[in-house]
Design a protein around this ligand. Sequence first.
Ligand code: FE2
Ligand code: FE2
Length: 161
Amino acid sequence: MQQLQNEHKAVFERLLALENEVGNLMLGQVLEGTNALLTMPVFIENAILPHFKIEEQTIFPILANGTPQEMELVKGLLAEHIVLRDLFYSYLMEVRKGVVTEELLTLSKHVCYQLTTHAKKEDALLIPLLRKWLNLGSGGPSPEHAPPIVFSEEEPNSQSS
Ligand SMILES: [Fe+2]
Ligand SMILES: [Fe+2]
């Protein structure tokens, strides 16, 4: 559970850096050296997408037999993952052009807003429910058993689609 919250915290920090950078770019500032905008694709592939996968395979199933409201929450979060994956795809396509375009800045803002909203929703609604379920000894898998996610800056060896 703590791991999930720590990962959300890391995501918030990253998105804040990205948001600031996009804001500066929109004001006409020029990018220099390593920056949040260009390192974001690696972060998406090495940290965010594996995080989604663990939530879908390990965390969400814990609530799969919950109350109608709990099931509705999981359904909503899953739908948000689908929307976010599409958004990441568009973002990755645009960032790989290697040029800072208006489209890239707009997509970056969408990524920041939608991913932050999603992670905040999980912190506010999902994590308290998981605590409740795990304290009741539901017998489901514990999130702490999920393999650790490494926030690596290195390019992934291979990309799966
Ligand atoms: Fe999620
Ligand atoms: Fe999450």
